[in-house]
Design a protein around this ligand. Structure first.
Ligand SMILES: NC(=O)c1ccc[n+]([C@@H]2O[C@H](COP(=O)([O-])OP(=O)(O)OC[C@H]3O[C@@H](n4cnc5c(N)ncnc54)[C@H](O)[C@@H]3O)[C@@H](O)[C@H]2O)c1
Length: 339
């Protein structure tokens, strides 16, 4: 039985709790949150994405307010980091140095320099570090990558991704709306699509972005073009300055030579394949979401099972580099080279 600790019992910490709790070979034995009120609040939460509404049962779980004390006292096999982004690098490195595996929420860190140190600590420690890029595990996005890789509908000609949200006013200490601690919507939200573009199409040669400064004091809405050495047209739009009633939607449209793939989290069915010749196909989507599949993957990795590589710390660090290049592109009003 693997012993898991969670740090940060906010929205994502509760989501992680739900994911580990549904697995047989792991047990959550410790939880740390610096804010005692958060540890007392065992009601489930609902955020942009549902799935963490379950009431928590913390009986038998050791509770800590100090991360270092939890690492020393709890004899964990792994820790799941769901604290605000500005803490990811230090907590990840401390946990790896203490000899345990780490699952850390995305974005990996606030900047590439910190990511470099996290990659270095992973190599030195020999432990697993998985960053929570849940979209790589989200069923419709998984099927889409399989369809593209199979070549069954030909090459991708164009793709557009969108991730739009109302303004997140609900985080602990209003961290999301402090760009210095969250990186703003580009690093926090839009990175999901930047990372997926990176996963499916590889590192872009160049990026060209426009962006709007929002309530975080950083760029909170962007449109980015990812430039490759062929003709395909890849764009992503993301941000959290939509009006409250808009809520949240993630979506894409991908134009292949012989089909168009359409996904929207706000529609039913969520995913459709429209072949050039023939009727629209509505594929079966497996039960579960990207959060449960990514945690399952992490647990398989740390259990020593042989699993296909889906995400490495180096790739996660490269996704931060993409966002940095996008922000530079906005500032300089020019294309920025990545490769
Ligand atoms: N993968 C996704 O789809 C997704 C969705 C939402 C958030 N996130 C990421 O997860 C992280 C947390 O976001 P959230 O929405 O859960 O935020 P949140 O504000 O709901 O929760 C953060 C928690 O961390 C605790 N905390 C603060 N400082 C701490 C410290 N020093 N030690 C221990 N605990 C501390 C807070 O008390 C709070 O309970 C962020 O990095 C965010 O970007 C990822």
């Amino acid at each position: 039985m693997l012993k898991i600790g969670i740090v940060g019992l906010g929205f994502m910490g509760k989501m992680h709790y739900r994911c580990y709790n549904s697995l047989d070979n792991v047990r959550i034995t410790a939880i740390c949150d610096a804010d005692a009120e958060q540890l007392n609040n065992t009601s489930g939460v609902s955020g942009n994405i549902s799935g963490a509404e379950e009431e928590l049962d913390l009986s038998g779980i050791q509770l800590f307010s100090d991360f270092s004390k939890m690492l020393k006292a709890a004899e964990l096999d792994a820790v799941s980091i769901a604290s605000p982004t500005f803490l990811h690098a230090a907590q990840t490195i401390e946990a790896l140095n203490s000899g345990i595996h780490v699952f850390c929420e995305k974005p990996m860190a606030l900047n590439s320099q910190d990511c470099g140190q996290m990659v270095e600590a992973t190599r030195r420690s020999g432990q697993v570090l998985q960053i929570g890029h849940c979209i790589r595990f989200w069923p419709e996005y998984v099927q889409t990558k399989e369809i593209i890789d199979s070549g069954q509908y030909g090459k991708v000609l164009a793709a557009t991704f969108q991730r739009l949200s109302l303004t997140p006013t609900w985080s602990w200490d209003n961290c999301f709306l402090d760009g210095k601690r969250s990186g703003g919507a580009m690093l926090d939200l839009h990175i999901h699509d930047a990372d997926y573009v990176h996963y499916v199409f590889g590192m872009p040669e160049e990026v060209f972005s426009r962006g709007v400064i929002g309530p975080s004091g950083d760029y909170d809405h962007t449109v980015t073009q990812y430039l490759y050495d062929d003709q395909k047209v890849i764009t992503a739009e993301g941000g959290w300055i939509m009006a409250p009633d808009f809520g949240f939607e993630m979506s894409f449209k991908i134009v292949l030579e012989n089909a168009t793939l359409i996904y929207s989290s706000a529609q039913q069915p969520t995913f459709k394949i429209c072949p050039k010749d023939g009727e629209t196909i509505v594929p079966e989507i497996p039960d579960g979401d990207g959060y449960s599949f990514e945690i399952q993957h992490f647990v398989d990795m740390i259990s020593g099972k042989s699993v296909q590589s889906v995400i490495t710390p180096e790739q996660s660090a490269d996704s931060i580099k993409i966002i940095e290049a996008e922000k530079e592109s906005i500032r300089k009003r020019n294309k920025i080279q990545l490769n």
